[in-house]
Write a protein that binds this ligand. Structure first.
Ligand SMILES: Cc1cc2nc3c(=O)[nH]c(=O)nc-3n(C[C@H](O)[C@H](O)[C@H](O)COP(=O)(O)O)c2cc1C
Length: 144
């Protein structure tokens, strides 16, 4: 059975809602999933997963520091060929390419396209939640 880890952080829970829905989508597609906040996750454990999914909100045109640090540390692990995916909530302009680019270009991961971005105002809708579950299924499809 393929497995995935979702590592994310959040301040006002919008990115957490996304993580929960992506988790549901992955599980519905038969993937075993572990979900952790960045401060509780260790880069070493990533080697045990087929897919690594990172979630981060945008604050002050930037990633939040816990995710930046986790991403920087990820270089210590061989992630080449693993499936990667990126998501996050934002207000007006997300900066999630800063996560996507090193995953693809430095770590050599097989990325799910496009990045899943949801505006904070969208997340209360069933449609946005469904998109997140579909994103989970898309990650699962790339694992096959
Ligand atoms: C102090 C502050 C700064 C923010 N800065 C940005 C920003 O630079 N760009 C942007 O698109 N959204 C910005 N936002 C909006 C957040 O990205 C948005 O509320 C998002 O849903 C937060 O995700 P979270 O609930 O997972 O923390 C900011 C929000 C706050 C409160």
């Amino acid at each position: 059975m393929a497995n995935a880890i979702i590592v994310y952080d959040t301040v006002y829970n919008n990115t957490e809602i996304m993580a929960q829905e992506i988790e549901k989508g992955l599980k519905e597609a038969g993937v075993k999933v572990v979900v952790k906040k960045a401060l509780d996750a260790k880069v070493d454990e990533l080697k045990d997963f087929d897919a690594v999914v990172l979630g981060c909100p945008t604050y002050y045109d930037d990633l939040i520091s816990s995710i930046k640090w986790f991403l920087t540390e990820m270089r210590k692990v061989d992630l080449k060929g693993k499936v990667g995916a990126v998501f996050g909530s934002y207000g007006w302009k997300a900066v999630l390419e800063h996560i996507y680019a090193p995953m693809k270009n430095i770590f050599g991961m097989e990325m799910v396209d496009p990045i899943l971005k949801k505006k904070m105002t969208e997340l209360i809708t069933d449609e946005a939640k469904r998109d997140c579950r579909e994103f989970g299924k898309k990650i699962a499809a790339k694992l096959k």
